[in-house]
Design a protein around this ligand. Sequence first.
Ligand SMILES: [Zn+2]
Length: 311
Amino acid sequence: MINYLMRRNDWTKEIFDSIDWDAHESYLTKLPYLKAVKVIKYIHDWQNTGAQKKLFDSKRDEPEHQPHEYQCPMKCGSRETAQHFLRCEKVNTTAEMKRVLDSLRKWFHRANTNQVLTTTIMYCITSWLQFGEQPNMTRINIDDESNKDQIIRAVEAQSVIGWDQFFKGRISKYWGDIQQSHYDKERSSPSHNLKKYHDQAWWTTNIIKQVVYIALNAWQIRNDKLHEDKKKNTYNAERIRLHTEVQKWYDCEGEFGDKDHHRQFSKTYIDSKNSTNAALKIWTRAVHSTHTYMKKQETYQNQARITTFAH
Ligand SMILES: [Zn+2]
């Protein structure tokens, strides 16, 4: 397996060893069976993309399909290579990209992630997702930061492994080291608000979960478009309706007061979208009633104010 991965990804033994495999495995082993099947298919590019179809046809040696079949089903005009959906502008519309990046930023914040680490990873993945570029560290100013050298070393290591690989949960070992030093430093302060589970292993497992979910979310959007006819299937139709509702609520997340916000938006957008239909139904109903109640309260307060003025 190691040889297969090295050959397939053009990795030397040194690059292979620089990947945080413990975190990768810890993430995979925590997945429920059906989710694991999906994730493993994605990680190994076994999804049914144009690139896969092409490979299949070339083995059959029958020019049966027309080349247009390998085009991206979103009709963006590009050929559909294995990870194209992650960067296809028709999948990742401006609005969806904003939701996804906000979701990730929120996770970093909740996980008490080092600020420089957050800024750096957000910058790196945004340049890769939106422009397909390797990060150019002169574009973000971290010169005065105490962990600057470690950060730059991590970015370089990840660029060698590949930023596409980052989205498959193959992350550099350095990221977790940087975050662990941050947790250590925080813990030395008596007023810290870290939980017992906050450590390198927890952080790396969960950042992998977040980025893999981002990829699966994009894959789902691509599939919904490709199989528009299957939307008639009740489960899918309901899922699409629920996802639209999830988007709507996350877009107006800011309208909720602190307490309601804490209660209803404890999951990130990406986590919510990956929940089951049953869980989403319960959640959207709860948010809806909180929102209705909130709006009613506002109306009462306004009426009370008007009444006070009238007297
Ligand atoms: Zn496309």
